[in-house]
Design a protein around this ligand. Structure first.
Ligand code: KG4
Ligand code: ZN
Length: 339
């Protein structure tokens, strides 16, 4: 069975084909980062226009490389959460293509796709586990009981971790896209040159808040002589604070549940320091293991959508003309996957 996955929730157009027996056959991505870089952030209208321009180009590229259009059994697409205009491009395209090929189509949840994306590599991550979902729009701690059965244990009350990375790097006048740039700069910073606050770490709940840290950092930036070393010191202090906050809360969740498996997914899971420190924590404190994706599957991509499509293939609809998008779609409202 072959699934075509289509991702257009934000500023990356991703298309991939996942095969039940052979795994990932092809994965193509068109990133709009350069276009949005001119504005220092994502412009939703531009994002949906670019998806419209590039989605057919990408599909052509895929079928030129592998002439298997007629072998596709199912099309899965991101129906949410995400930017409504961008989602609509992918949804309309997926539903029309499925209709014309007379094959089923399946709307899937972007955050569930992130959560399960490490399984592209580690096929059988054992349930239950704690998942830390850290993207540009979400910071969530999830108890994953079974495939499709998730409980949100903690959420950000304001900015997402990725969003905070993006905003601080903009203040430091770094090149967009920002999270990776900020992290690269932080690697050159002197540890503990600055110490930034870690909001809410002493609260008993598992929620996060990054807006106070953001304001504190912006004040330090305004009051500093910003040479490259000072920028790196600020980036280092900020990154250390964010990672401490994420791991303190994640550790609490693991201890509360008594579990020793952790999945970290979403764009921020590409962060080198987060990967290293979470590995150390799992080994030292839980005698356990952390799973994360290869770098190319941490940020948005079509492969994770195709893979999730395969897992949820029993829910696909045939010959429906409905084009469904859900810009707000919480992961805890999903149904259990019965395989
Ligand atoms: O999952 P994703 O591609 O898109 C959303 O679903 O939001 O995540 C994008 C986020 C951005 O905020 C970006 O700055 C952040 O992931 N990011 C990083 C790194 N690479 C990407 N943040 C910290 N360190 C990184 N290396
Ligand atoms: Zn994402």
């Amino acid at each position: 069975m072959k699934v075509l996955g289509i991702e257009t929730s934000c500023d990356d157009t991703g298309i991939a084909i996942y095969d039940l027996s052979k795994g990932l056959l092809i994965n193509e991505l068109y990133s709009q980062k350069k276009i949005h870089a001119n504005y220092g952030g994502i412009i939703p209208e531009l994002a949906s226009r670019e998806h419209t321009r590039k989605i057919i180009v990408l599909l052509d590229k895929i079928f030129k490389k592998k002439n298997i259009m007629k072998e596709i059994d199912l099309i899965a697409y991101t129906a949410g959460p995400g930017l409504v205009g961008s989602l609509l491009v992918g949804a309309t395209f997926a539903c029309s293509l499925a209709f014309s090929l007379n094959i089923p189509v399946l709307p899937v949840n972007h955050m569930e796709a992130h959560l399960l994306s490490p399984m592209l590599e580690y096929k059988s991550i054992e349930f239950p586990f704690i998942a830390l979902l850290v993207s540009g729009k979400h910071t969530q701690i999830i108890a994953a009981y079974k495939l499709g059965k998730y409980e949100i244990l903690g959420n950000s009350l304001d900015d997402a971790a990725g969003e905070a990375f993006d905003k601080i790097s903009k203040m430091l006048e770094l090149k967009y896209p920002n999270g990776r740039e900020l992290s690269n700069l932080a690697a050159k910073g002197i540890k503990n040159h600055f110490y930034f606050p870690r909001p809410m770490i002493h609260h008993s709940n598992l929620n996060f808040s990054f807006s106070g840290l953001k304001t504190f950092t912006s004040k330090v930036i305004k009051n500093s002589v910003l040479n490259m070393q000072q920028k790196a010191n600020i980036a280092r202090a900020f990154e250390d604070a964010v990672i401490d906050i994420l791991l303190i809360k994640t550790k609490k969740a693991l201890s509360q549940k008594g579990w020793n498996r952790l999945v970290i997914a979403g764009g921020v899971s590409a962060n080198t320091l987060l990967r290293k420190r979470s590995q150390d924590m799992m080994k030292k404190c839980f005698n356990g293991k952390v799973f994360y994706s290869q770098l190319q599957f941490c940020t948005d991509n079509g492969a994770m959508i195709a893979y999730l499509g395969l897992l949820r293939c029993n829910e696909a609809r045939t010959s429906s003309l409905e084009i469904l998008v859900k810009p707000k779609w919480s992961i805890d409202s999903l149904s259990q996957i019965l395989i």
